[in-house]
Design a protein around this ligand. Structure first.
Ligand SMILES: Nc1ncnc2c1ncn2[C@@H]1O[C@H](COP(=O)(O)OP(=O)(O)O)[C@@H](O)[C@H]1O
Ligand SMILES: Nc1ccn([C@@H]2O[C@H](COP(=O)(O)OP(=O)(O)O)[C@@H](O)[C@H]2O)c(=O)n1
Length: 214
């Protein structure tokens, strides 16, 4: 069983994807980390995240980078958003994501194009959203918790708006809900409520569990 979870920055898709994976006993891949790793690698190499050759060279990053706390910064997020608009970079990362999705038993993947490009035949698709202000508040709180308290709320909000615009207007695999995705607006839900709703929506799609017996 493949579950695709997409949505904009700090909508809660990663939290929901991990909870769904735990609930259904599936492995989970945060695909944003791959793009963040490419973005950080370009910067470390002294390259330009919008230069195709620089970004493509960075796709050969060492997997140890995926666990580096630097990937969580807004600088990494902005660099990820830039490299991810380059079709050759997306192409270089597709096989790894599809292989993860295709493992026996299935998987949960979260990102921007899981339901549209990586796993268009996923058994269940969610598109998680929330208002920019709510997302910026969540991301700012998270950054402060992680010790990155040198960034203002207004800066995080501006970064999120810029990333939303770049991610949804690019030609290659733009951020958009798949036609058959269930929409989940978490603006006024706490984590428990959002996870509970996500499980119900997936069960609904699969025709199992609570939703089927309601
Ligand atoms: N429904 C929610 N209510 C409050 N905080 C949330 C909610 N969902 C996620 N968060 C918090 O917001 C931050 C971003 O969530 P995350 O799942 O990483 O988002 P995304 O993967 O979409 O970027 C995290 O600190 C997470 O704990
Ligand atoms: N499947 C994906 C995942 C991320 N990305 C890009 O990578 C950036 C960082 O993704 P992320 O999921 O780690 O970011 P957050 O939503 O956690 O802030 C996004 O802004 C996208 O530009 C993408 O293009 N496709």
């Amino acid at each position: 069983m493949i579950i695709a979870v997409d949505g904009p920055a700090a909508s809660g898709k990663g939290t929901i994807a991990r909870a769904l994976a735990a609930h259904f006993g599936l492995p989970c891949l945060d695909t944003g980390l791959l793009y963040r790793a490419v973005g950080v690698q370009v910067l470390r190499d002294g390259g330009d995240p919008e230069n195709e050759a620089d970004a493509l060279a960075a796709c050969a990053f060492d997997d140890a980078l995926l666990a580096d706390p630097e990937l969580k910064t807004e600088i990494a997020g902005a660099a990820a958003s830039r490299v991810s608009a380059i079709p050759a970079v997306r192409a270089a990362l597709v096989a790894r994501q599809r292989a993860f999705a295709a493992q026996p038993g299935g998987a949960v993947l979260d990102g921007r194009d899981i339901g549209t490009v990586i796993a268009p035949d996923a058994d269940a698709k969610l598109f998680v959203k929330a208002t920019p202000h709510v997302r910026a508040r969540r991301r700012h709180d998270e950054l402060v918790r992680l010790g990155h308290d040198d960034i203002s709320f207004d800066r995080v909000l501006a970064d999120i708006r810029a990333r939303d615009l770049r991610d949804s207007t690019r030609a290659a695999a733009p951020l958009r809900p798949a036609d058959d995705a269930a929409l989940l607006d978490t603006s006024y839900m706490d984590i428990d409520a959002a996870v509970d709703r996500a499980i119900s929506l997936v069960e609904d799609r699969l025709g199992i569990g609570r939703a089927a017996t309601r």
